[in-house]
Design a protein around this ligand. Structure first.
Ligand SMILES: *Cc1c(COP(=O)(O)O)cnc(C)c1O
Length: 370
């Protein structure tokens, strides 16, 4: 009898028993082995197809020469660099093992059983997990045109609401909120309610009028901005993210932060990536061209795409996504079905290199015609 076959008697905390786990995509190597394909194209996880810039690669390689010592547990240099980059005090910066870690810290710091937390339908899947893991109650506002409906969200806010979550632009829909309504919404929140503004994709947005939450930190002590090194900076493998907030929110979150949550080579690479403006510009330009290429190609196939400001586009296939996704996999094209986000007919395609986007479009054309 194998160890896993014996009965397991301990019971989890009730909120854990009720939790639907996040389901990551399969590793490419595993998929290729299963399907007998090679050289697949992975457009599934909103990564930068260029990866990191040379400066970040070099800083990582250098730091990898010294793995015997613990990292700087307080992330002093990284927090300084982030603070300088945004023109804020280092005491406003909280670093995380990916911004996912920071989102979790927000929930552990500001939520508890009996309290409520509001987010939108089709919003990022990590919010409900973070909320439920601490035993708080998720309240989900219906979306409008796939995006956040701020009136519907406001209608769910009451004296039990401790945290509201907004991704701008949102994943997996690519939808966005403009400055005035978003700022009015944050201003309308009870002062006791934290507003998380998740700006994982903001570096891809070129519109100068697009709201940058950092500009509002002085106005709203209850605002927490989250950013990541996983998207435009191309460091998804290293897991680095951070928040900018009122120093007191940062101090409270640091109480639950695991010491050494960001490893040393990751800190070094992130510092180098932050101010690598040419690589950021190159990545944004590649994304702009690829988003146009994919959107036009999908529309040419007669499909409706949700307008996106992210590094991905989500398309309505007009039929259940499962069989299309399976057929695409057999063509060596890995995208992300978003049925688990309440979008059973939609496929999210991350923007890749020009040739990867072309291969995805060709495979989709073939699969839909079959
Ligand atoms: C990808 C993404 C993140 C970043 O996650 P990391 O843990 O930093 O890799 C955060 N929020 C949203 C909405 C995302 O899509």
């Amino acid at each position: 009898m194998s160890r896993t076959e014996s009965a397991f008697h301990p019971s989890p905390a009730p909120q854990i028993a009720a939790l639907n786990p996040y389901v990551p995509g399969k590793p490419i190597s595993e998929l290729e082995r299963e399907l007998g394909i090679r050289e697949s194209v992975k457009l599934a996880s909103n990564e930068n197809p260029l990866g990191p810039g040379d400066k970040a690669r070099a800083a990582y390689a250098q730091a990898a020469m010294d793995l015997g010592r613990y990292p700087d547990g307080g992330g002093f240099a990284l927090r300084q660099a982030i603070a300088r980059h945004h023109g804020v005090d280092a005491g406003m910066v909280t670093i995380g093992n990916g911004s996912n870690d920071v989102l979790d810290m927000v929930a552990r710091t500001f939520l508890h059983p009996g309290r409520e937390s509001v987010f939108s339908q089709h919003a990022f899947a990590v919010y409900p997990i973070a909320i439920q893991a601490v035993g708080a109650t998720p309240r989900i506002a219906p979306a409008r045109d796939y995006g956040h409906d701020l009136d519907a969200m406001a209608a769910l806010i009451n004296d039990k609401t401790d945290v509201v979550w907004i991704a701008n632009p949102n994943n997996p829909t690519g939808t966005w909120l403009t400055a005035a309504p978003l700022k009015d919404f944050i201003a309308s929140l009870p002062k006791t309610c934290i507003c998380v503004l998740d700006e994982a994709y903001i570096e891809y947005v070129s519109d100068p009028d697009f709201p940058n939450g950092v500009d509002w930190l002085a106005d709203f002590p209850n605002l927490i901005i989250t950013r990541t090194f996983s998207k435009i900076h191309g460091l998804a493998a290293l897991r680095v993210g951070y928040s900018l907030s009122h120093p007191q929110a940062a101090e409270l979150m640091n109480r639950v932060r695991h010491p050494f949550n960001v490893n040393a080579p990751a800190q070094a690479a992130a510092i180098a990536a932050l101010d690598d403006a040419p690589h950021i510009a190159r990545s944004a330009e590649l994304n702009r061209a690829g988003l146009a290429q994919l959107s036009a190609g999908l529309q040419a196939l007669g499909l409706a795409v949700i307008p996106s400001l992210g590094n991905f586009v989500t398309v309505d296939l007009g039929r259940p996504v499962g069989p299309v996704d399976q057929a695409l996999l057999r063509e060596g094209v890995i995208c992300r079905p978003v049925a688990n986000y309440g979008l059973p007919n939609h496929l999210r395609i991350s923007i890749g290199l020009e040739a990867e986007n072309a291969r995805c479009l060709a495979a989709l054309e073939k699969v839909l015609a079959a």
